[in-house]
Design a protein around this ligand. Sequence first.
Ligand code: C6P
Length: 409
Amino acid sequence: MGFDVHHIREQFPILKTTMHGKPLVYLDNGATTLKPKAVVDAIDHYYEEKTSNVHRGAYQLSSDATDLYEGARVKVRDFINARTENEVVFTKGATQALNLVAQSWGIHNLKAGDEILCSELEHHSSFLPWQYVARVTGATLKFIPLTEEGRITVENTKSVLTENTKVIAINYVSNVMGYIAPIKEIAALAHSVGAILTVDAAQALPHMKVDVQDLDCDFLSFSAHKMCGPTGTGVLYGKLDLLNVMEPIEFGGEMIDLVGDVTSTWKDAPYRFEAGTPVIAGAIGLGAAIDFIETVGYENIVAQELKLRQHAIAGMKEIDGLTIFNEGAETGIISFNVDGVHPHDMASIYDAEGICVRAGHHCAQPLMKWLCQPATVRASFYFYNTMEDVEAFLAATRQGKEFFSDVFF
Ligand code: C6P
């Protein structure tokens, strides 16, 4: 069957709810996506019928839970085309995964004189871990200059790459601009000087096929909740030869090999990085989210997002005094401001109409500085949004524009 948005929407119970008496128009998918019933059911199934801890119990129930948890790891392996499931570390989210690389690989491998390349396009979760590593190791943090449009390119990466570059830490898709970075080419550049590439793919996995072997990145992080999965769950992919020589950053149950009075030894990856009871229900939910996304199909996801985005941009261009910051983006994000109106004021207008958008700095303050804006409004579409959602968004935008021009001018 072809893509039928109404059939898709039936699988998201929250879309039947209302907000301020209006149908819910959810355009904050960059922050988190809605959850289909299949994901909620998979989590319920674990809690209602398989609750037990994993890797520990010598009884059938625990063995069943372990199969579900490890089965999810295999699903992630296939989904991102990792060489082995041992390259898949479950974390509590992209933020924890990105910090794990910086705290474990970064702190132990960098010294004064080494250079880390980052960019002003980064989410704080991609940037701050390396800012901290630079501070404590004495390494230098450098920005890849952005193009006029605000993109990371191969050329501008080359312009700051040196023999001292040891890490490139960048996003695959920007959470404010929605641009896709040329990760495969930048991985080759990094490796040409012996550096590693760690990729923040939190906004990539929801929208596009990611093949870690094809990209040849060294690390890649993402969150389940941005791709129809549960909150509190994420993944760090890492090349196995790197993961297996990295020190854990958390210590506790199940990550050990042998514990002595003075020193102890660790399990191989991924378990050395999963101290304590892991994110069992979350991983199972992520597995169900992967099944769901594969059933919908990335080609349909992208086509629907871009159709909506195009329609929204065309409508927005008919409204005077509106600045769009990322007209050429390849994913369903639109960042904009209405001249003279604070983004939070616009967000209240949308909210009154049942429309959810994000307003603020989007955890990307260096980018706000680059854009010379304290904040922006961000509407982010996903495949369950409709043309009616776009129309409601455009009507509220016009209404906000008129309301605030009457108030202030
Ligand atoms: N961005 C947004 O509204 P967590 O919070 O760990 O699941 O993901 C962090 C993160 C990392 N990188 C990028 C590119 C992101 O967009 C995010 C989360 C949300 O844009 C919440 S701040």
